[in-house]
Ligand binder design. Structure first.
Ligand SMILES: [Zn+2]
Length: 139
């Protein structure tokens, strides 16, 4: 059986997908809501809104000799006083899917639901997180 679903995880973002069962409908709506249902920065909770950002960073990971380019997909707070970011990762077993990074490298939940406020810049232009290191290259 094929079920055609029209779904609006938030106002102004409509999507269509096909599902094979009721469970498949719920699983897909759940996955899309987790990514596309986010509408507010959890660091400042302002009404300025958020936007998507994709950026490529080339660096040499620890223990490797060749530089690699990593693509970071993030939500960015539009409040100029905040500019917090929520980073997204992808699982090795499903590299086309995203999940919000709400935990640090030690598996502990980050404050503000993973929204990290960055302050200042290091040499080389890479920004420094104010409270924790969300700019790891694990995806
Ligand atoms: Zn914010």
């Amino acid at each position: 059986m094929s079920i055609d679903v029209e779904f609006e995880p938030q106002a102004g973002l409509k999507m269509k997908f096909s599902a094979t069962s009721q469970k498949d409908v719920v699983d897909k709506m759940s996955a899309y809501s987790e990514i596309f249902g986010i509408s507010q920065c959890q660091a400042c909770k302002s009404k300025y809104g958020i936007r998507w950002q994709t950026r490529n960073v080339t660096s040499t990971p620890a223990g490797k000799k060749k530089p690699e380019t990593f693509t970071y997909r993030e939500l960015v707070c539009k409040n100029s006083e905040c500019r917090a970011r929520l980073s997204f990762g992808s699982l090795q077993e499903d590299p086309e899917s995203l999940f919000p990074k709400r935990k640090d490298a030690d598996g502990k939940y980050l404050p503000n639901g993973g929204w990290v406020v960055f302050q200042g810049k290091k040499q080389g232009g890479e920004e420094v997180p104010a409270s924790n290191d969300a700019a790891d290259a694990s995806f």
